[in-house]
Design a protein around this ligand. Structure first.
Ligand code: ATP
Ligand code: MG
Length: 568
């Protein structure tokens, strides 16, 4: 488990560094690119962005900003697939939401199709590529394995003229899908499988979201990616570790074509426990309706996190904290939640909400009286001020805050006990009624001490419990959705069926909750701390005029304790 903070340079105390920022600083020192720093974020538009992408986005855009450089947004859209425009739009929206800006540098790999075709022709002319007519199965068979060398295709010796002719006719649509491919002529004996004459073009009659039917041959990802970086004159091409073995191939293409050569640097992907971050798996969760959509608040997508109540600041700070390393690791999801609590604790107004209400009647409080009680909006932020909350004879309190037979160390309400109603009065329980059949408590009765207004007894007598409450006649009814982890297993990727690890209790919907009247007209995205219950964010679903709240996170913070322990 890695929780490394980026540490400032020990000698100079300068800005935080990681190995990538060190490399860039060194390149700037030696004027390798005349001090120019150009990065890019290259998503494939086949899904929504998730928290792992956020790591790559923060890294690429921040490194550019820190070095007065540029960061492009480039859609790596070599693979014609369905509904790409939906993803293209969503990805842009999510990057902007995170707080980054590519200005006018929005590119598509598909914009380079003509240029890439010319590069392929150049490789053919140089004798560095050939049209291969083996079947896909044969190509696989000829490729060999990790322990066994590959065999050369019988088509490897085609002449340049023949290759140029065939490749031109591939483009012109003369052949069926799969009849031929264009392959780089490298080394079938290479220990690196990526170097064994990889395919660089294939025939595929598919509609492309930008080029339509203009092409029936499409360049492969490896060919496209490194050359797109080169075309954009990217100086530092930051990518995740799984591309380390592809680097020799990228270098080969760039050297053979003698074009601008970006420097590729690999870093470890973000892995989070109790979470899947593969787009394929996330898509499956959506299409098979295990979640309500890409923006389900249990999803690790940026949309899901946003709906859950995460702020861009929280996500950026989290990415900063986990840093960038060369070795794979798994980050504890509680670190993400800790970052959220830190942020929301400072910024969220407090409110009272009762999730599982039970009536509390104050017998000696005048029937028609209403008093306005003053509550602090945010103890962390004096500028947030106070608000008035109405108090009356009949209240709702949390069912859990009353016990007929209180166990030891239960300091809340029980028969004969006195507790404080937050910022209101001390009350003493005089009785309760129960449902005869179920034993469920249906009403609690109390008396209040009028001398304790505001919640402080003049004689200084000690009261251990403080409960939150809502005046019944002023209460606003709400729906509240409580979330638990989507997966019950620490590593849901283990084994061959990640769905088997789904947590059946990841969502609990509570209806008939009550919140204070000031929350009658909340808007989606508004955030509150419901005292004693956690942080909540208003969901876009408003049902019959009732607000719907998502619990972003509970108040219990194990990471805060760990950090305190470290410091102390
Ligand atoms: P998947 O394999 O799930 O489809 P991907 O890596 O193919 O994901 P892309 O759209 O290609 O998704 O990702 C765009 C960029 O985001 C790439 O540079 C990739 O390295 C980076 N990225 C994706 N997932 C992570 C992650 N978990 N941590 C860090 N960077 C990531
Ligand atoms: Mg990818």
């Amino acid at each position: 488990m890695e929780t490394r903070d980026r540490t400032p340079n020990e000698k100079t105390g300068e800005a935080p560094v990681d190995f990538i920022r060190e490399i860039i600083a060194e390149d700037n020192r030696t004027a390798k690119h005349q001090g120019r720093v150009a990065t890019r974020f290259p998503p494939e538009p086949n899904g929504y962005l998730h928290i792992g992408h956020a790591k790559a986005i923060c890294l690429n855009f921040s490194v550019a900003v820190e070095n007065r450089g540029t960061c492009n947004l480039r859609f790596d859209d070599t693979n014609p697939t369905k509904e790409e425009t939906e993803y293209v739009d969503a990805i842009q929206e999510d990057i902007r939401w995170l707080g980054f800006d590519w200005e006018d540098r929005l590119y598509y790999a598909s914009d380079y199709f003509e240029r890439l075709y010319e590069y392929a022709v150049q490789l053919i002319q140089q004798g560095d590529a050939y049209v291969c007519s083996l079947t896909p199965d044969q190509i696989r068979e000829y490729r060999g394995t990790l322990t066994e060398k590959g065999r050369e295709s019988p088509y490897r010796t085609r002449t340049v003229e023949e290759n140029l002719d065939l490749f031109g006719r591939m483009r012109a649509g003369e052949f069926e899908d799969g009849a031929h491919v264009l392959r780089a002529k490298i080394d079938m004996g290479s220990p690196n499988l990526n170097m064994r004459d990889p395919t660089i073009y294939r025939i595929r009659r598919a509609h492309h979201h930008r080029t339509g039917e203009a092409w029936c041959i499409y360049p492969m990802y490896d060919f496209t990616h490194c050359l797109s970086d080169s075309i954009e004159r990217i100086t530092h091409s930051l990518c995740s570790l799984e591309f380390e073995d592809h680097r020799p191939l990228y270098d080969w293409f760039l050297d053979r074509l003698d074009v601008f050569h970006p420097q590729q640097i690999e870093f470890a992907r973000l892995n989070l426990n109790y979470t899947v971050l593969s787009k394929r798996k996330l898509r499956q969760l959506v299409t098979e309706k295990h979640v309500s959509g890409w923006d389900d608040p249990r999803m690790p997508t940026l949309r899901g996190l946003r709906r859950r109540g995460y702020t861009p600041e929280t996500i950026r700070r989290f990415c900063d904290r986990i840093g960038v390393a060369k070795r794979d690791s798994v980050v504890d999801i509680e670190l993400l939640e800790h970052a959220l609590r830190e942020d929301l604790n400072r910024t969220s107004p407090r409110a009272m909400g009762v999730l599982r209400p039970v009536r509390l009647v104050i017998e000696n409080y005048p029937e028609d009286q209403v008093e306005e009680m003053e509550l602090v909006n945010n103890p962390e932020d004096p500028a947030a001020g106070t608000r008035m909350v109405p108090f009356s004879r009949v209240l709702y309190i949390e069912r859990d805050d009353f016990r007929v037979d209180p166990p030891k160390k239960f300091f809340r309400l029980a028969p004969g006990r006195e507790v404080r109603l937050r910022a209101a009065y001390l009350v003493t329980c005089t009785g309760f009624t129960q449902d005869e059949a179920t034993g469920e408590v249906t009403e609690i009765r109390c008396t209040y001490d009028p001398a304790t207004r505001g919640g402080s007894p003049p004689d200084g007598r000690r009261v251990k419990g403080t409960l939150h409450w809502i005046s019944a006649r002023h209460a606003v009814e709400a729906e509240v959705r409580l979330y638990d982890r989507l997966f019950a297993a620490e590593n849901p990727n283990k084994g061959d069926d990640f769905l088997a690890h789904l947590n059946p209790r990841s969502l609990e919907v509570l209806e008939g909750c009550y919140v204070e009247p000031g929350l009658a007209n909340v808007s989606p995205g508004d955030r509150f701390q419901f005292e004693r219950l956690g942080y909540f964010c208003v969901d876009p679903d408003v049902r019959a005029g009732r607000p719907v709240f998502n619990r972003s996170v509970t108040l219990r913070d194990t990471w805060a304790k760990i950090e305190k322990g470290k410091k102390g």
